[in-house]
Design a protein around this ligand. Structure first.
Ligand code: SF4
Length: 235
């Protein structure tokens, strides 16, 4: 985790980060550091899960199960959004992703009765209001814009930490908010260490993008208001 935090700090220290909003360019090493950080986190998760399994815990998450991908990933850093945006841009999927995430925003607006601008944990008021919003959104059963018909994630290699950290220790059907035993389901977030969160917050404060930390509104706002569909150039 220390190494992971260090990598994000190294990105934050790059002088181009502060000028990103004007120049829309970043050094290639920023992308390389991010890939290394994600790799370290995935290794940590595999290690932590092996330890839990040795203690008798059964992990039900597996390829082809995307039951939890009806929820709205939350707590996403601005930096993670840039990586997703760039991935979509390179894959020629930006317009499609924009349309689909806009649909998710409309569902979020409907369940919350509010416009989606500024949706963040802070902007939504107290923690319980924010959690209720996320719960109501999951109950609407609108699939994530990146969930495929084959129950896979279209942005798997750059999916945010919020998606990587989430595990279920009860059968997948209990991850469905409509299931009567949903409240009894055993789920765990293997969150990154606070050092990593702080490093990402520092990085975000230098980027100054000011977008929502929820997947769909954050990505829609980044695409339309901040980057306006322009590519990020890697130098
Ligand atoms: S980004 Fe991928 S892993 Fe995360 S909710 Fe969407 S489909 Fe699932």
């Amino acid at each position: 985790m220390e190494k992971m935090a260090r990598l994000f700090r190294q990105i934050g220290a790059l002088k181009e980060v502060e000028r990103f909003r004007q120049d829309l360019s970043l050094p290639y090493e920023a992308q390389r550091f991010s890939q290394q950080a994600y790799r370290l986190y995935d290794e940590y998760l595999a290690y932590a899960l092996r330890k839990l399994q040795k203690k008798g815990w059964q992990v039900y998450c597996a390829p082809g199960c995307a039951t939890c991908c009806f929820s709205m990933p939350a707590g996403i850093s601005n930096w993670e959004f840039l990586l997703i945006y760039d991935y979509l841009q390179q894959a020629g999927q930006l317009s499609r992703s924009f349309r689909r995430n806009l649909e998710s925003c409309q569902v979020l607006s409907r369940v919350s009765g509010q416009l989606f601008d500024g949706w963040t944990r802070k902007g939504t008021g107290d923690k319980s209001t924010y959690e209720k919003l996320l719960h109501d959104y999951s109950s609407a059963k609108h699939p994530c814009a990146f969930k495929t018909k084959e129950q896979e994630c279209e942005i798997y290699s750059v999916r945010p930490l919020a998606c990587r950290m989430h595990f279920s220790f009860t059968p997948p059907e209990l991850c469905d908010p409509a299931h009567p035993q949903f409240p009894q389901a055993v789920r765990l977030n293997l969150s990154p260490h606070s050092d990593v969160e702080e490093a990402l917050q520092e990085l975000d404060s230098r980027l100054k993008l000011s977008i929502s930390d929820l997947l769909a509104p954050g990505l829609v706002s980044l695409t339309a208001n901040v980057l306006r569909f322009s590519p990020i150039s890697w130098l």
